[in-house]
Write a protein that binds this ligand. Sequence first.
Ligand SMILES: *[C@@H]1O[C@H](CO)[C@@H](O)[C@H](O)[C@H]1NC(C)=O
Ligand SMILES: *[C@@H]1O[C@H](CO)[C@@H](O)[C@H](O)[C@H]1NC(C)=O
Ligand SMILES: *[C@@H]1O[C@H](CO)[C@@H](O)[C@H](O)[C@H]1NC(C)=O
Ligand SMILES: *[C@@H]1O[C@H](CO)[C@@H](O)[C@H](O)[C@H]1NC(C)=O
Ligand SMILES: *[C@@H]1O[C@H](CO)[C@@H](O)[C@H](O)[C@H]1NC(C)=O
Ligand SMILES: *[C@@H]1O[C@H](CO)[C@@H](O)[C@H](O)[C@H]1NC(C)=O
Ligand SMILES: *[C@@H]1O[C@H](CO)[C@@H](O)[C@H](O)[C@H]1NC(C)=O
Length: 531
Amino acid sequence: MRTSIISAAVATALAFAGLGSAANITEWKSRSIYQVMIDRFAQTDGSTDVECEMHLFCGGTWKGLMNNLDYIQDMGFTAVQISPIVKNMEEHTAVGDAYHGYWSVDNYALNDRFGTEKDFKDLVAEMHKRDMLLMVDVVVNNMVQGFDNVVPPKVDYSKFNPFNDKKYFHPYCNVTEWENSTNYQDCWLYPYGVALADLATETKPVVEELGKWIKGLVANYSIDGLRIDAAKHVNDEFLPTFVEASGVFAFGEVLSGMPDDMCRYQTLGLLPGMPNYLEYYTLNEAFNGGSLINVAGMRNSAASSCNDTAALGSFIENHDMPRFANRNDDIGLAKNAMTYILLNDGIPTVYQGQEQHFKGNGTPFNREPIWTSKYDKKAPLYVLTSALNKVRNNAIKLSSEYLSKPSETLWSDVNHLCLKKGPDGSQIVFCVNNKSSKGDSYEVSVGGFQANDKVVEVLGCKVNTADTMGNVTMYMGQGEPKVYVPMDSLKGTGLCTETQQDGPSKNGAGVLGVTGSMLLAAVIGWVVVLA
Ligand SMILES: *[C@@H]1O[C@H](CO)[C@@H](O)[C@H](O)[C@H]1NC(C)=O
Ligand SMILES: *[C@@H]1O[C@H](CO)[C@@H](O)[C@H](O)[C@H]1NC(C)=O
Ligand SMILES: *[C@@H]1O[C@H](CO)[C@@H](O)[C@H](O)[C@H]1NC(C)=O
Ligand SMILES: *[C@@H]1O[C@H](CO)[C@@H](O)[C@H](O)[C@H]1NC(C)=O
Ligand SMILES: *[C@@H]1O[C@H](CO)[C@@H](O)[C@H](O)[C@H]1NC(C)=O
Ligand SMILES: *[C@@H]1O[C@H](CO)[C@@H](O)[C@H](O)[C@H]1NC(C)=O
Ligand SMILES: *[C@@H]1O[C@H](CO)[C@@H](O)[C@H](O)[C@H]1NC(C)=O
């Protein structure tokens, strides 16, 4: 009996592994992604005391990730994006070693710094067993060698596999004109420490070879989706051919804060999705002296310029940019940024360490090893992320309209943005603000529900009732974000199994002339237990 149960489980896992490689855009929209840089995520033996020189290898492996999937899954993520997997150059350079995986030399060999082929296949099988999708970062713009700052770089092309000849590359020139697409697509990027030999992705042999390669990579390792590094730096025509050859969904990196510049990749059918840099920049400003009105404005621009904002990756941190907390480490602001990212239209993408409130500056300081946190599941942003993912996953389960319909702006001003996402009955109504943890206490009335709906604010587990207009009174304080759902929609989720009646916070009580302890007593008296 026992054996037959096990073999049934194995059969199911194998069946899913087969299906896994067919994950399409619809499937990806329902996921939320945790972004891992393998060298910085986990040691094979789970040690948490390994010292890390930020520009060198620090020892993270695929097996380390496999052994720590609980940390990611318990936070509610349903997909993992990992750093590149192919063999990199071993040279030491003025800008460090290839610990990040972006310096490919052999597309047909796995990077043995991160483990064996079996380790990698075991990782993928374990993820699929857990119904998690795998997105792999791939480099198509260039192959890489060390560079001693003598121009033009002396490159030994015979070291590359399969592009072992100069004929597959653009002649050397340095990208200098960031507004001239011929220049930033055909010239070589980053000419210090390493030479990024720029592949001639407009030529037939290169297009065909990369197509064959990606098809094989996806099939051999059951990869469910791709992130295409530096997509803006290859010619437009290359991208759709490559994505089609892969057979899976892809994000292409298009680093631009201008809607027309970025969205054309989607409207022209060059890429299915991109990390949403439009909102990244405006969000960062809104939490650093700017205004949330501008975020509301950018949402509208993105919605009218891009044809599918639900396929954009919603993020506030990645491995290329200084951490959010590097500019301001206020925990209140970080909570609001996290809330927006997870409940926004689009595919939430959280970069490892964001949930631990890491503060690193630009590369390589934004690549802190996560083990220094000892994988703390009690960290405030870890707890918050877990709740938000559960709320989102539940809303998707209750209605597919959650994903297909863009959210509605209920209210925005310089300090607030309130949105409603999902249809009545399973909607999420949330407000983010930029007041910071020093924020004052006040009340706002926000709509999005039906008259007299019983609602729960899921971050504080407070219950309230909508008024006859369907508005809910939100008791704001300490710059906390607010996330409301209909009480009935939480049944069976394990969220807010104990709740209290909402009301002015302890801080606000002073303003109203009621003492904190009196109010607290009143609040505690009202406990509702959900199923
Ligand atoms: C995506 O795949 C699912 C099955 O996994 C299927 O039901 C759906 O129709 C597919 N959608 C598209 C757009 O191909
Ligand atoms: C490449 O261009 C940048 C400016 O865009 C310049 O600072 C750098 O010195 C150039 N490097 C080489 C090797 O030409
Ligand atoms: C754009 O860059 C290319 C390649 O460097 C150069 O040949 C061309 O003259 C540039 N175009 C303009 C308008 O500057
Ligand atoms: C995939 O596996 C086939 C068969 O072993 C092999 O010929 C091919 O090179 C592999 N492709 C990649 C990208 O690893
Ligand atoms: C967006 O535009 C592309 C290219 O025309 C098209 O393939 C895709 O289906 C469109 N997506 C949506 C959601 O309209
Ligand atoms: C929030 O927005 C206001 C109004 O635009 C701005 O004055 C304030 O500096 C912002 N707060 C933070 C922490 O960025
Ligand atoms: C109800 O909420 C909306 C925002 O969703 C707001 O504009 C309106 O003023 C609120 N109504 C009342 C009576 O406060």
